[in-house]
Write a protein that binds this ligand. Structure first.
Ligand code: SF4
Ligand code: SF4
Length: 336
């Protein structure tokens, strides 16, 4: 028998299961506003019975961002994602006990039919925005007031009819005048509220599908000596770690998230450490300025089009949400 379930109860279930943030989006809205209508990442494609999508956020501990080598961050991020999977599964179990289904979709699902396998079945970042949990940043990272972009997401699709959250209209990303993520990006993949996915994947998915295909391709075309080199290489070792622990398959580059000044965790633990961005170059600064001028001039920017602006924050940046959150955070700290 179905219990009488509400959004508030479901959000509490998420927190009780170990999530840091919870939000609800309606499948109706999600089906009507797929991030890219040419490749619809919609819940109705998963199951026609879906009524709501529960979005779960788990913050990434700050320690990894303070490491001098990327590996400790990569390991922490991988563990965080595994934990998130377990939390989402627990939420699904609790829902089932209450008479509803809960279909878990994690952040490394890929639908081969959508844009040559570069899209997941659902875009979790867009779902989180629709649930009112945050907005997208300059490089389309999802960010929230609490942890900036240092948060991983999972979703549970359910047949429970739940009151959805209201998307924020304020842009949480400081925007072109900040551009710190753009300065820090080793592959120059942060675009104007857009991302060069292929470029980013060379650093952020080192043992992802394209990395794996690349090593096989090189092995097939190498001579005997070349093959021996590949068999002894660090790249193969990384690929092995990817196979055994999903290490390196996604989220392996911390730079755009480490330097983002949005979030209480940044101010508490990262501001001093990440103040200087060693990767900054005059070219990157010029690119940020170019984006700023384009926005001010009202130029056509695809990432800010009428369709895409709903996920960036149609009212633009005014800093109000960040100020409110800082106040709340300080009050919490004083009360502890
Ligand atoms: S994850 Fe790394 S490579 Fe990808 S956009 Fe961010 S900084 Fe650039
Ligand atoms: S670093 Fe600055 S520009 Fe980049 S996402 Fe964060 S707030 Fe936005």
């Amino acid at each position: 028998m179905k219990s009488n379930i509400t959004s508030e109860k479901v959000k509490q279930i998420v927190l009780d299961c170990g999530g840091d943030l919870a939000g609800i989006a309606s499948t109706k809205t999600l089906n009507a506003f797929p991030p890219d209508p040419r490749w619809p990442q919609t819940p109705e494609r998963m199951t026609p019975d879906a009524k709501s999508v529960i979005v779960i956020g788990l913050r990434v501990p700050v320690a990894g961002f303070r490491a001098r080598e990327p590996e400790p961050y990569q390991m922490m991020n991988m563990m965080n994602n595994r934990r998130l999977d377990k939390i989402a599964r627990k939420v699904s179990e609790v829902l089932e006990k209450q008479g509803y289904f809960g279909l878990v979709m994690n952040n490394n699902s890929t639908d081969w039919r959508l844009k040559s396998g570069t899209y997941g079945h659902l875009s979790l970042r867009h779902l989180a925005v629709e649930a009112g949990m945050g907005t997208l940043g300059l490089g389309v990272n999802f960010m929230c007031v609490e942890y900036g972009p240092r948060v991983n997401l999972a979703v549970v699709i359910t047949d429970a009819r739940l009151e959805p959250g209201t998307p924020l209209t304020e842009q949480l990303c400081v925007g072109e005048g900040c551009s710190r993520c753009l300065y820090a990006c080793p592959t120059d993949s942060v675009l104007h509220f857009h991302i060069d996915k292929r470029g980013c994947s060379t650093k952020a998915q080192v043992t992802g599908f394209y990395g794996a295909a690349d090593i096989f391709d090189k092995f097939l075309h190498a001579d005997d000596d070349g093959r021996k080199e590949i068999l002894k290489s660090n790249t193969l070792m990384k690929y092995w770690q990817g196979l055994t622990r999903v290490w390196g398959c996604f989220g392996t580059c911390p730079r755009c998230t480490a330097v983002c000044p949005v979030g209480d965790d940044y101010h508490a633990h990262l501001a001093d450490d990440q103040k200087v961005i060693p990767e900054t170059t005059p070219e990157r600064v010029a690119k940020g300025k170019e984006y700023q001028s384009a926005r001010r001039a009202g130029d056509e920017v695809p990432g800010l089009s009428d369709w895409n602006i709903r996920w960036v924050g149609p009212d633009g940046y005014n800093g109000k949400a960040a100020k409110e959150q800082r106040k709340k955070f300080r009050a919490q700290k004083e009360a502890e």
